[in-house]
Design a protein around this ligand. Structure first.
Ligand SMILES: NC(=O)c1ccc[n+]([C@@H]2O[C@H](COP(=O)([O-])OP(=O)(O)OC[C@H]3O[C@@H](n4cnc5c(N)ncnc54)[C@H](OP(=O)(O)O)[C@@H]3O)[C@@H](O)[C@H]2O)c1
Length: 276
């Protein structure tokens, strides 16, 4: 069980990935993203999750530079957007992301969505970039079990990570079991259901018992479930408090109560039915 914000899980290729990080979806390019990422790094975060589609990679890169942290002490994730999928265009998109970030390598690069008919060629490009040492780990996002099974039929390298929507209303039991068996690390996006879980009475009752906030209880549940988590906030006090989850433990009973909230309900699109 992770005991600090710097603790890592070891991916199947030996790369160490922090259990906890900052997500920057919908954080504006420029001042907002620069301040958020700098606040996170100043408060001990080591992992930042962006994507070409978020259109804030330049700001993320600038914040990293300005924060003065050593590159090897950070774990930076980006993702190839749907319109760029395919072999050559993925290689190009990767170079563009890296340039915008002003980095020499990425720690993790993900296929953002399983675009039908394209994701296998995209994966070949990811494998090439990985073998060339341009990325420390490669993975996918929004892949259901059937997408993973399909990809694994042809993949030379197994994805190290699958980043999916995951929170107490969407517990993804089948996918979690599959990924665990395959040694693919599950990572939660929208861990707070974009704020929609913070009033839940069961979570608040548990939070009160531990003198913690609802957000802290949910994020702790992620870690105790073996899921990497990357909550987004653009506010320093929340960036700080979201990460303050290493000084308490949810009991087996707390965990069961939170598990019991599942209703297979998404806040984002279903990867079997998206039109972008
Ligand atoms: N791979 C994908 O397809 C995909 C899709 C979606 C997201 N993601 C990644 O996952 C990250 C997290 O997901 P998300 O941004 O969708 O949602 P989230 O982390 O579940 O929730 C973020 C929302 O909750 C608010 N919030 C954060 N901490 C809070 C707290 N302690 N108390 C009250 N409100 C709080 C934030 O507002 P403030 O900023 O005002 O604090 C923001 O509105 C993203 O930033 C992105 O990096 C990936």
């Amino acid at each position: 069980m992770p005991t600090s914000l710097q603790d890592t899980t070891t991916l199947h290729n030996g790369v160490k990935m922090p259990w906890f990080g900052l997500g920057v979806f919908k954080v504006e390019e420029g001042d907002e993203v620069i301040q958020s990422v700098k606040a996170a790094i100043a408060n001990g975060y080591k992992s930042i999750d962006t994507a070409a589609a978020y259109q804030n990679e330049e700001g993320v890169g600038q914040a990293i530079k300005e924060s003065g942290i050593a590159r090897e002490d950070l774990f930076v994730t980006s993702k190839v957007w749907n319109a760029d999928q395919g072999y050559d265009s993925t290689i190009e998109a990767f170079e563009t992301s890296l340039n915008k970030l002003g980095l020499e390598y990425l720690d993790l690069y993900l296929i953002h969505w399983p675009v039908e008919g394209k994701y296998k060629d995209t994966w070949k490009a990811m494998e090439k970039l990985y073998k060339d040492g341009r990325i420390k780990a490669i993975g996918v996002s929004n892949f259901h079990v059937h997408h993973l099974e399909d990809l694994l039929q042809d993949a030379e390298i197994k994805p190290m990570v699958n980043q999916v929507e995951f929170h107490p209303h969407l517990a993804q039991k089948e996918l979690r079991d599959f990924c665990k068996k395959q040694d693919i690390q599950l990572e939660a996006w929208s861990p707070l259901k974009q704020g929609q879980l913070l009033e839940d009475p069961v979570i608040n009752e548990i939070a009160e018992k531990h003198s913690k906030s609802a957000a802290q209880v949910i994020l702790r549940w992620d870690l105790q479930s073996g899921v990497v988590t990357i909550p987004k906030s653009a506010k320093e006090h929340r960036i700080k408090s979201n990460a303050d989850i290493f000084d308490f433990e949810l009991s087996a009973e707390d965990m069961e109560k939170i598990d019991g909230l599942n209703k297979d309900e998404r806040v984002g699109p279903d990867p079997d039915n998206f039109d972008f």
